[in-house]
Design a protein around this ligand. Structure first.
Ligand code: SAM
Length: 301
């Protein structure tokens, strides 16, 4: 694993404790990434266990597969969107499973690699597709959406209060030349913001919200989360557990609402009444962990 490909698994101990995996269990990592959580799961389920890893990023899968090569249990790794969970598990003849984990969002591999186009910190092509085979990249959205569509997207998915100004600046800039680079877009966003807002957030780069919004749109992140949760519950054994780590309020709201509804129906027991957040030491060591929220439920009927 190269330096670039290092990804520190978020809230690893909490996930381990709450999933409560036993030797011989069947565990699904729906967001395999670089295999950090999966390695923990593999260690818990041991040689009699079965680990199923899903990711839509072929580059991540390659690294995770190498990292898990020492696992002596049964290992199946599938390149797919997790929104096709039913199909993937049926295709593997997996039966009902003991645990499912979703550690949402992007990995360090994706974020830190300029050519993937996720980051305003490194100039690169305006891409942002987690699945390099997906049809629509951020470049198409930024250049083809109407001003109103862009403003709504940046407001809804980025919770950015200057969304209209930013959309107006994007449309004005692209009339001159096509916007193809992350650096170009970050500059446009910066110029769109009123003076104070450009410097207001010490920890948050002014383009953060706009980039988040585009990333969510490109990867249909909220749609696929909505699509997969029910499939997850359906594929759990009674006593099986589902853990979801989300990184922004839009995702956490979806998980919270769904888990609560299931609890009211008597389908699950909530193992986290409030979402768990990383301990101070983890948040200090790993900036990516700071916004993490972990929710876990157990199927009871
Ligand atoms: C935060 S990383 C996971 C890191 C992993 N837990 C680890 O410890 O290395 C999220 C991963 O999930 C993948 N991913 C995100 N949304 C996905 C989806 N809808 N379907 C499949 N994979 C997805 C991304 O490609 C990325 O590799």
């Amino acid at each position: 694993m190269t330096d670039k490909a290092r990804h520190i698994p978020v809230m690893l101990q909490e996930v381990e404790a709450l999933l409560g995996l036993k030797a011989g269990a069947v565990a699904v990592d729906g967001t395999l990434g670089l295999g950090g959580h999966a390695a923990m799961m593999a260690g818990r389920i041991g040689t009699e266990g079965r680990l199923i890893g899903i990711d839509q990023d072929a580059a991540a899968i390659k690294i995770a597969r190498a990292g898990l090569s020492g696992f002596k249990g049964r290992l199946d790794i599938v390149k797919s969107n997790f929104s096709r969970l039913d199909e993937v598990l049926a295709g593997l003849d997996a039966g009902a499973v003991d645990a499912i984990l979703f550690d949402l969002g992007v990995s360090s591999l994706q974020l830190d690699e300029p050519s993937r186009g996720f980051s305003f910190r490194h100039d690169g092509p305006l891409d942002m597709r987690m699945d390099a085979d997906a049809p629509v990249s951020a470049e198409e959205i930024v250049n083809d959406f109407s001003e109103e569509e862009l403003a709504d997207l940046i407001f809804d998915y980025g919770e950015e209060r200057f969304s209209r100004r930013i959309a107006r600046h994007i449309v004005a800039a692209r009339a001159g030349e096509r916007i193809t680079r992350t650096g170009q877009l970050a500059d446009i966003v910066l110029r769109a913001l009123p003076g104070g807002a450009r410097h207001a957030h010490k920890r948050l780069h002014p383009a953060t919200r706009t980039f988040q919004a585009l990333r969510i749109a490109v990867n249909r992140e909220l749609d696929v989360l909505n699509e997969v949760l029910g499939q997850g519950l359906k594929n759990l054994k009674v006593g099986g557990r589902m853990a979801v780590i989300s990184f922004h309020s839009l995702e956490d709201r979806i998980v919270k609402t769904r888990f609560k509804a299931w609890a009211v129906e008597g389908a699950v027991r909530l193992l986290t009444k409030k979402p768990l957040q990383p301990a101070d030491a983890e948040a200090a060591d790993n900036p990516r962990a700071r916004s993490a929220r972990l929710r876990v439920c157990e199927r009871i009927s």
